[in-house]
Design a binder for this molecule. Structure first.
Ligand SMILES: [Zn+2]
Length: 87
């Protein structure tokens, strides 16, 4: 079916840059998988592979505990789409 998706290409960004381990302190890597409200993006949108999505999930949850990433975002503090910042 010729269905248009929001994220056209589906490939794992972490596999492409050959990331072996995602550290919770490496926010630049985590931002690939965070929405503008710092929610974890689902795999069906980012195209991450299972291995890296699991790593990202753990890393983001750790980063939240260490206050590197907010749990919730107020309406005032919503940043632009992190996907556009890191291009
Ligand atoms: Zn991957």
């Amino acid at each position: 079916m010729a269905e248009r998706r929001k994220f056209k290409k589906r490939y794992c960004k972490y596999c492409e840059s050959k990331v072996e381990y995602i550290d919770y302190k490496d926010l630049n890597a985590l931002k690939f998988s965070l929405s503008e409200r710092f929610k974890i993006m689902p795999r069906r949108l980012t195209g991450n592979c299972k291995k890296h999505q699991d790593m990202v999930t753990i890393a983001i949850k750790r980063a939240r505990q260490t206050a590197l990433i907010p749990y919730i975002v107020d309406r005032k503090n919503v940043i632009e789409n992190p996907f556009e910042i890191i291009k």
